[in-house]
Design a protein around this ligand. Sequence first.
Ligand code: G6P
Ligand code: ZN
Length: 542
Amino acid sequence: MTVHSITTSPFADQRPGTSGLRKRTTVFQQTHYLENFVQALLDVASLPPDATLVVGGDGRFHNREATETIIRMAAGNGITHVIVGRAGLLSTPAASHLIRSGAHGGIILSASHNPGGPNGDFGIKYNTGNGGPAPESFTNEVAERARVIQQYTIADLPPFNLDDLGTQQIGPLRLEVVDPVSAYAALMESLFDFDAISGLFASGFRMRFDAMHAITGPYAVEILERRLGALSGTVINRVPLPDFGGGHPDPNLTYAHDLVEELFGSDAPDFGAASDGDGDRNMILGQRFFVTPSDSLAVLAANATLVPGYARGLAGVARSMPTSAAVDAVAESLGIPCFETPTGWKFFGNLLDAGRITLCGEESFGTGSDHVREKDGLWAVLFWLNIVAERGQTVEAIVREHWARFGRNYYTRYDYEGVPTEAANDVMAHLRAQFATLPGTVVASRRVRSADDFSYTDPVDGSVSENQGIRVLFDDDARIVFRLSGTGTEGATIRLYIESRETDATRLGMDTSVALAELVTTALSMSDLVGRTGRREPTVIT
Ligand code: G6P
Ligand code: ZN
């Protein structure tokens, strides 16, 4: 094995965002671009010589080439053991599980729910030995390193085979090609009552799972159809494609249209679900019924003891700041702590590692637990199926009962994508300029309690993350939140999150858009968003 040191020069844009480095595929295809960033990751990780590294991705265009390059660079940097999913494929939660089963870290190739293909997006991130996304201290160091990088190291390896399972010894490198699904499927069997869920399917319960031509197809077919006996054809768009069939692999009401059409149609199955490009997001639907991700987290928390893996109860729960406070009410009734973190799964890592929380979730269709250190799409689906099997009720009935018991947090999110960065910053500055004057004022018959930039002090390591979104809080627990997305690749995305809390039993069944109409108007006028961006309508409403 010959090792080469290649001279390179830095790229100015290699700063990881909310979840790793995400750029247009063409950006990643520039000479040395991927290599520079991987070298920066490996430099900061400074793994011991006997380290095991997990590598895999969501199968989008450029996945295989990038996987092969990373394996050569790992070998060049003295790593002697690489575990890779067959064909370079691993869902993000499955990668997290593999890392936790004895590796020192992993490199995951994905741009999550962003479209893929030559004109789509690509991404890369590093996960540490706990299986979770590297913390901000790490990603900041990577950005610093990438800014000054002058060379990278890569090994000349003879051709290797990523398509057959087994171990290949290539010089000092042991390359282990593993089945992407089996260890993950076994983990799911250890957490959920597969007999109860099989019984549900055997009794005629009908489900549709939309894999959106992304990574979860093979996982869902194995678990839902083969192991749990769901009807063959339950999983649609099951074949992973490098461009996701031209779709946008984001499981929400806008992009999972095949599924939404069916679940809201006249012959709707009992249960619908979808996952995203890399398998960590989920959307849950009942018959003609949408479960908001915030409500989903709250329902899972309230019903956790029905599920074998959580039968002993929860240590605590956490949600990101913009996520609705539905789970807070459950935590209060259970007498367990509830943490409010910034957006980004990495902020849950310390709490999970320290055993302070068992479940966590975000409004952005992410839910997870201490079983891995990523959010987990199929896990959430199985959790719901387990609850439905135990309670013998429909999804809608479960959610309505939940509202009746804990109150309902009406919730919506408006996304304004591709806004010029200056205009987006201007909106945020305009809001900040009102921090001093807003508190105490009455808008739309609500009194503003406080207005600020959310700042988070990690209760485990004391690190502080500032400017994590603008919050306007009202006396009746309604909230307006503005944030700039950290995952976009073009211009800026303004996210506007609106929430109001209702405990009056006669007002729990309203249409969300009606319940929140006044707050939306308030948010738009307070921010002067239309005037400052020229955007009359959001790109996506969820
Ligand atoms: C990714 C992260 C999530 C985050 C989401 C939205 O999926 O893993 O933790 O909530 O992106 O982030 P954004 O910055 O675009 O709102
Ligand atoms: Zn994802």
